[in-house]
Design a protein around this ligand. Structure first.
Ligand SMILES: [Zn+2]
Length: 326
């Protein structure tokens, strides 16, 4: 190699080296990204809206002992978060719109609001109903959104328990067609009891399944009703759905899935329904699409039924009248 050539070669090597160095530094920076402290956007005031980092999570503080969490309705796909490489990635379409319709109905008719926490990220980026490993799959920005989602829920629960003896989290989902193509138009109500457990007789359930295994220990423990009554008796949530012409499972008419597809409740229902450190209940609601969340009209009609049936359900099981709170 001649003098000039080797000089150019050296320059080339130096250029490559500095490029590599730059890339390495960029990687270091993204691994070392820092966020503001969780809760730095507090206090959370009723009537205000909080958005979290880059609006991946929305928090609407409320004033009744009811939290609606919506983990699977988001549609934001930011490039800073790669696609999740395993797990379910299907969006529960229109569930954010459904939650907002319920929130609006509460406010315009009763001047009250539930606490609502929404994951706006598409499920391909974050599954906000799994533990953090599967939920965010190592992406720091998805992990941050996950942390905010739960921080807001925890904050809502803390505020509720500072004012009320107990409260409820409803984790809102939507189910699609069953694998065999059958479209189940019942709302699947999940208390963490499997379809196989529900497929037993009332006496079997009452004798063999502990209320400890459910996500509604708190109301079951203070109730005079048996567990089977709470799950599918006249005062069960499914019964209140059916009184309002929305079929549900479990309920008096559909006591158990009888081997059909059914979701009994996921991570959020477990996290907020089984922690005995808090007097709290969690229930997963898997809504059908047709005539419930498909159109604005369907959602508004359902919202009016839901607000009224949930008031009755909470009053019967806790003595709290959410229409009369202050
Ligand atoms: Zn879902």
């Amino acid at each position: 190699m001649g003098g000039l050539k080797s000089y150019l070669y050296l320059l080339l090597l130096l250029a490559l080296f500095s490029c590599n160095k730059e890339i390495t530094q960029q990687n270091d920076e993204s691994n070392d990204v820092s966020f503001t402290e969780l809760g730095s956007d507090a206090p959370y005031l009723y009537g205000e809206t909080y958005y979290g980092r880059k609006s991946y999570v929305t928090y609407y503080p409320g004033n009744i002992p009811l939290i609606l969490s919506i983990p699977h309705g988001g549609d934001i796909s930011p490039p800073e978060i790669g696609n999740r490489s395993y797990g379910v990635t299907v969006t529960d379409s229109n569930t954010i719109e459904l939650g907002i319709a319920i929130r609006n109905y509460f406010y315009s008719n009763y001047n009250i609001r539930p606490y609502v926490i929404i994951n706006n990220l598409k499920r391909t980026k974050l599954d906000a109903n799994r533990e953090i490993i599967e939920a965010a799959q190592g992406n720091v920005f998805a992990e941050r959104a996950f942390d905010e989602f739960h921080f807001y829920i925890n904050s809502a629960r803390e505020e509720i328990l500072s004012k009320y003896s107990t409260g409820f989290l409803f984790d809102i989902h939507g189910h699609g067609a069953n694998p065999d193509g059958f479209y189940d138009i019942r709302t699947w109500i999940g208390y963490l009891l499997s379809g196989d457990q529900l497929d037993n007789s009332n006496s079997y359930i009452d004798q063999n399944i502990s209320i400890d295994n459910t996500s509604i220990f708190n109301i079951a423990n203070s109730s005079t009703e048996t567990l089977s009554e709470i799950l599918r008796g006249p005062n069960s949530l499914g019964s209140f759905f059916e009184n309002n012409l929305y079929t549900a499972l479990p309920s008096p008419n559909s006591p158990s899935p009888e081997g059909m597809k059914y979701f009994s409740g996921g991570y959020n229902t477990f996290l907020y329904g089984k922690d005995r450190n808090f007097n709290f209940n969690a229930i997963q609601l898997e809504f059908p699409f047709p005539d419930l969340r498909d159109t604005q009209q369907s959602r508004n009609t359902f919202a009016s039924a839901f607000v009224n049936l949930i008031q009755k359900y909470i009053q019967i099981h806790t003595g709290i009248d959410i229409f009369q709170t202050d």
